[in-house]
Design a protein around this ligand. Sequence first.
Ligand code: SAH
Ligand code: TYD
Ligand code: ZN
Length: 405
Amino acid sequence: MTSCRICGGRLHEFGDFGTQPLSSGFLEPDYIGDEYLFRLALGVCDSCTMVQLMEEVPRHLMFNGHYPYLSSGSSVMRKHFERTAQDFLRTELTAPGAFAVELGCNDGIMLRALADAGVRHLGVEPSESVADIARRLGIRVTTEFFQASTAREIREAEGPAKLIYAANTLCHIPYMESIFQGIDALLAPDGVFVFEDPYLADIVEKTSYDQIYDEHYYFFSVTSVAAMAERFGFELVGVERLPVHGGEVRYTLARRGRRTPAPAVAQLLAEEKTRRLAEFDTLQGFFRNVERSRDELVSLLRKLKAEGCTVVGYGATAKSATVTNYCGIGPETVSFISDTTPNKQGRLTPGAHIPVRPRAAFEDPYPDYALLFAWNHAEEIIAKETRFRESGGKWILYVPHVRVV
Ligand code: SAH
Ligand code: TYD
Ligand code: ZN
């Protein structure tokens, strides 16, 4: 890819993580054969400033009947989406019969509250493994990739949507023109398209480079989203910074001229300009910090190993694929990763081939150190794992910098 997926402008590459596997491609322990590999590299568009992957993995290799990620695995995220649903019920979904659509509803973490409130809704979720879980909760889900054709079919069958929502999903979709054609076809004239994704400014500031993996094609900023909205006939009318997943922004888009943009939009645009967020030298500086972070983590783990300490991983996140493969961390360094997701347990992590074991393995016995790959859930996890610390165990964190706590 040498041109921008949004505007066709020139992409300037600023970071290369080398060859990487599918981040959710957990392997059977007896797996032999070649894993799918691609070059994980980042570029920025010199025209619309969108930061994006240079190469892309075909969507059906990632989102299918084996997709393991379950949104409801974190109690903080369950609360976050419950609150989100309650906000929508109070604001966008007050009219009788209002119709809400969610892209990438996963196991129904948000839609369950709308279903409970009796709101007409539809989830669009291509990964059958997770869509089935939502359906069993009584949520209406169609197992499809959202795109222009899907949107037109939904509009035909169900009428216009007052709300189209996507959490941690829009950045997973490369073909944005088709998405916006679909939003245009499906959204009611006064409806809103709301999405939330990891925020480029948080990634740069915290050196949270593990947000960069196959599924995340885009690293949005307010500047690039405003340009994208305008290009496709919409307007950015609201932004809200969110503390989840290491720092995100929730963007609200309306049809052009339908709503007055909130002051926060101009404020964040100005802030991004002042900090030169999407400038090439800022992003090159970010990548130097990434290399430094990698070197510090590798030397810490080497030192602990030389001292004979035991180290395990906590949370077999998609993010951890980038860290383990970029830093060259394998089972000789991190003997296993504890994870609560049934479809990850008993398997090997992609590329690095570290065994994934259920939570019970973590305390059997506790290791000396636990490398917290699910650092975005640090507060929740450290709070519930108090006995680990009491047993003398220590956490290794690498965001925003490498440290032991
Ligand atoms: N909204 C949930 C899930 C995020 S994971 C949360 O915030 O926790 C991203 C989800 O997007 C996955 O479940 C994946 O199957 C889905 N997805 C990927 N491509 C999609 C597309 N084109 N349309 C709709 N959903 C998609
Ligand atoms: P997450 O960081 O939400 O996303 P991603 O995979 O996209 O990087 O993934 C959290 C992972 O950590 C998930 O596999 C479940 C696991 N987990 C635990 O094992 N224990 C916990 O207490 C929590 C909150 C998550
Ligand atoms: Zn562009």
